[in-house]
Design a protein around this ligand. Structure first.
Ligand code: EZ4
Ligand code: CO
Length: 403
């Protein structure tokens, strides 16, 4: 028995907001979990503080599965991003504690390494194709084996997903949502030339990815997938909103470009039909937003039956705690595909010292016991929460649109 004696929520903003749960046992062992939900951070903090933490005190930290089931089934109100991020934070912290008690890095408890490291992809952005391709070349020189290409769209003032900074990208950029204009027609024409230019410059020995960010209809996505087929993309991400999972049948009928979806999914139910019908190739559900390591392993096992591989979300709004958890998961899971990797800022890395590392396009979680990441609470306390929202998009006639 490793009795939980305390659990605390730590909110910090080292350049961007992060919510972290810290659990402590009677023996003084601590574990941490990421609970960050971009733009809705304080909702998860309140859910944890007001409704989860009181139920954790006195429980056995080693009973990870039972606590997961207790929090999921016991709430009656199941799923949803706030609930599942809170459960994920508890789950990560408990796995961290178990690893520390065992004296083993978490991946050893998950079956050990299935590979040398996790292939990651970096983000190459640019205002135009030339700039995106030149940034992609820089990633290739750093050893990346996979690169996501996002470029400004001619005729549109700003495009979500295209960073103004070469290395850091913080999508939640204002205290109230900024609004940008979107045109699918203009966008659709811009993607094929981007891939052509990238293949010409980078060659064929690097994986190229692209994120549509839920902005096409299924038939538009089918067209887009077909347009870039000659350049053999690794994947087309979030081609259409996935609330209607059957919508992906239409995309599949029109293109062999591999499809990835799921960064906003919260549970196995969000991807059940997509996986069962083999409508996707990569599932992007993440540790923090999809119920923790316990639930993500369940999703991956189910996906493996259908040859669907993992491709976890890994933007900077997921903290280094989630990154560490994702790498322990990724290095051990049999059907790993790729892991998204956007470097955190120096301030964030200082608040969350970690043992994971990058080399030759692969990342390794390191061999420190547990997750191998800590939170410097003193430093964290110097960065006060700052409300920040993701932008929104409207069509050129003013209609609200997906972004
Ligand atoms: O928009 O993480 O693939 N990555 C992405 C991200 C998401 C943000 C939302 O919080 O789409 O940039
Ligand atoms: Co995305």
């Amino acid at each position: 028995m490793a009795e939980i004696v305390s659990a605390r929520v730590i909110v910090t903003c080292p350049g961007r907001n992060f919510v972290t749960l810290k659990i402590e046992t009677k023996d003084g062992i601590t574990g941490i979990g990421d609970a960050t939900l971009n733009g809705r951070e304080l909702a998860v903090a309140a859910y944890l503080n007001d409704h989860v933490i009181p139920m954790l005190i006195g429980r056995d930290a080693h009973r990870i599965e039972d606590i997961w089931q207790f929090l999921y089934k016991g709430a009656y109100w199941r799923r949803g991003p706030v609930t599942m991020s809170a459960i994920a934070a508890v789950d990560m912290a408990l796995w961290d504690i178990k690893g520390k008690v065992a004296g083993l890095p978490l991946y050893q408890l998950l079956g050990g390494a299935s590979r040398d490291g996790c292939m990651v992809y970096g983000h190459a952005n640019g205002r135009d194709i030339a700039e995106t391709v030149s940034n992609a070349l820089a990633y290739q020189e750093q050893g990346y084996k996979a690169i996501r290409l996002q470029s400004g769209v001619p005729g549109l003032a700003a495009t979500y997903g295209v960073s103004k900074d070469k290395y850091f990208y913080e999508p939640a950029d204002a205290a109230l949502p900024t609004e940008s204009l979107w045109s699918t027609e203009k966008y659709m024409r811009s993607v094929e030339p981007l891939f052509k230019a990238a293949r010409d410059a980078l060659g064929w020995d690097v994986h190229l990815l692209h994120d549509v960010h839920h902005r096409c209809t299924p038939v538009e996505a089918g067209r887009l997938g077909k347009d870039i087929e000659p350049y053999r993309p690794f994947w087309l991400e979030d081609a259409t909103p996935a609330e209607n999972q059957a919508g992906f049948r239409t995309i599949r009928q029109h293109t062999t470009t591999p499809l990835a979806v799921g960064e906003i999914f919260n549970s196995i139910w969000d991807c059940k039909q997509l996986i069962e019908e083999q409508l996707i190739d990569y599932i992007r559900a993440t540790v923090v937003h999809a119920g923790g390591i316990t639930h993500l392993r369940r999703i991956a096992s189910f996906a493996d039956l259908y040859q669907v591989r993992t491709g976890c979300h890994g933007a900077t709004d997921l903290s280094p705690v989630c990154m560490a958890a994702a790498l322990h998961f990724g290095i051990s899971v049999p059907n790993f595909g790729v892991q998204e990797y956007m470097r955190h800022s120096q301030e964030t890395d200082a608040v969350f010292p970690h043992s994971y590392s990058f080399k030759d396009g692969l990342m390794h979680p390191g061999d420190a016991p547990g997750l191998g990441v800590e939170i410097d609470e003193k430093l964290a306390a110097t960065f006060e929460y700052k409300r920040a929202y993701l932008p929104v998009a409207r069509l050129e006639d003013g209609t609200m649109f997906s972004w």
